[in-house]
Structure formats: structure tokens, C-alpha cells
Design a binder for this molecule. Sequence first.
Ligand code: THG
Length: 370
Amino acid sequence: MSIALSLGPRVRKSPFFESTRKAGLAAASVYNHMYMPTGYGDPAAEYDRLVNGVAMWDVAVERQVALKGPDALALARYLTPRNLDGLTIGQGKYAPICNYEGALINDPVLLQVSDDEIWLSIADSDIKLWAGGIAGARGMDVRVFEPDVSPLAIQGPKSFDVVADMCGDWVRDLRYFGFRDHDLDGISVVVARSGWSKQGGFEFYLRDGSKGEELWNRVAEAGKPYGIGPGTPNYIERVESGLISYGADTDDMSNPFEYGLGKFMDVEQPGDFAGKEALKAIRDARVTRRFMGLLIDGEPFAGTNESPWRLSDADGNDVGYASASAYSPRAQSNIAVAMVGVEAIDAGKGVTVHAGSGDLHAKVVPLPIV
Ligand code: THG
């Protein structure tokens, strides 16, 4: 059963908030101390728009943490295990952030926006405090702050036509996480080829929150011929695609190797970074669990996980948890993303999912599921 969300001044509102309400916002969560739209009341239509058409999402909750000053790059290098050699203005990078124990504490997209300014487009944790603390303790000449920047995502196969109509055909040639400054008749945005789906798309990083409604309306208008409609980071599609949701899929001990993020890290690079020694040790010891997909038996699920579902093996031993599950129209099965112990994976006998509705058998499969 759903409950009402209390609106008040304590939780921040996106510059697109009023527009999302006019568009029929039906459900929201809280992320980075801000209301995050999670549904418009018709999950099947929202999924269909994303997979077959085009959808617009208020993702202002993906706040930017700006590092600005002579030591911006030095701080960024210290914050992430990703090797930032060759970082250029205009090409973003997925850059995990770990604490000194090697646990994942955020998985931002990193964008160098000018010679002395880098943005971390963060998931749901307080990286402004972490980065500001490290900069101060290390005596770095850099300011850490949250700029007035709010992403609006346009996702789905027809997003290319919508954004090309708005900005020009050059947007079709952007590489994944590539971006460029653009002026939409007085609305200053960063146009990026990005977004938290595997259906293709863009994000407009709005640089002036007072223009939220104007930008929302322009996108809605430009998308009309393509059937655009409102959507949100899509629960079903992200499980099918195996995209990581920091905070939902992770726990206090999650390390990036467990999520297959080894390719975004260079623990042997010459420079130091937070968590370097711990991550070397974790790499050498090998992981004990992995982020995997599940194909789960039973009647199609409705709704979302209120809590992680415990997983056990045939002997009843705890072997992990499933953090998000859904009925997948494309896999034609119940599916989930789950953290699963490597012994249970290697045994190949599947797992028992202790779902809200009862115990169900599941097969463990690689990600993405679809
Ligand atoms: N957009 C913006 N900021 C963000 C997110 C976003 N910050 C938080 C969160 N989302 C960052 N996390 C991810 C995780 C995965 C992807 C994007 C953002 C993603 N990954 C692709 C994949 O896994 O296939 C490709 C990764 C690659 O090849 O580099 O799309 O959505 N502004």
C-alpha cells in the first residue's frame, strides 16, 4: 500500500517540480535531499515510451558538486580510483568514489566544464561534504560547492530526433557522456549524451533554475511530434539493463569490484587516491559476492521492493539480497538485480528468493538481463 508524501520546505524542490505536478506526477521519493519524481500513475505507458518512443524526466536530484580552482583536477584525482589522464572539456567519465575502506560511496559522472572547473554529477550521498573535507584537510586551493545546475533527461530511441530538432544534428555525433555548452534561445544548458537507461538519450543540464518551467515546456513542445510524455528513471528498464542504483543496490561494505566497475578504476596509477590501499587488497583477495541478475519463478510481480529480499541456497544459508525486482515485458519473466555470494553463483543451482509474497526459486544470470 502506498502512503502520501508530505510536502514541506525541509526537502528541496526541483526547478521542474511545478511542471511535473502539472504533468500529473503521482509518486515521488527523496534523493539528495530533494523530491525525486518516481511515477505518473501509468507504469506500463511510461515503460513503453522509454523503450519505443521518448520520455522526459526531471532528474534535478542528480545534483552537481563543483570543484573550482587551481587544484580542481588534483582533488578530482584524489577522489576517484578512475584514472583521469586525458580528461578533456567535453567528454565526461563515469567515476566511482570510494571511502578509505574501499567501499563505494557514490558513482558520479565526472565532467570537466572549463580549465579550472569539474562537476561531479552525483548519485544519492553527500559528496559535497566529503570532497570539501578532503580539500580542506589536504590544503588544496579549490572551492567545493553546489552550483545552480539541474539535469532534465530525454530518453528513448526517438530522443535523438527531439534533441536534434532543438539543438541541431551535431547532437547525433556526441559520444556517450560527451557534452557541449548550448544556448536554447536564452536558456543556457549543457547538452550531454547520457542518462540512466540503455535506451539512448540526452540530458540538458539547466544552468539557471529560474528557467525550469520554460525548459520543460520547450522540450514538451519539441517532443510533441514524437509522442513525448513524462517519465522517471524507470524501475523496470533499469533492472532489465542492470544499471546500478547507489544506495538501493549497495550496502556499507559494497566495493566497486562487486559491481563490475573494475574497468573504471586504475589502482596501479602513480597518484594517490582515497581507498587506494584498501582497493588493492580487495582486488588481490577477489570478491566474495557479485551484482547479478535473477530470473524468478511465479506470477508477475506488481509494485516495487520495499526492502531488499533475502536470498538463500538449498540448505537455507544466507547468500545475498535482491534489491529491485519487476516483471519484465521483454524477458517475459520476473527479474531482479541482486548481490549474490560467489559460491552460490558457482554452484549453479539457483537461489531461493524470500519475496514479499513468499519463497520463490530463481536462476542466477549475468547482467544485463535484457
Ligand atoms: N545522469 C547524471 N548524473 C548521474 C546519473 C545520470 N549521477 C548519478 C548516477 N546517474 C550515476 N550513475 C550512472 C550509472 C550508470 C550509467 C550512468 C550513470 C550508465 N552506464 C552505462 C552502462 O552501464 O552500460 C554506460 C557506462 C559506460 O560505458 O561508461 O549509463 O544518469 N547526469
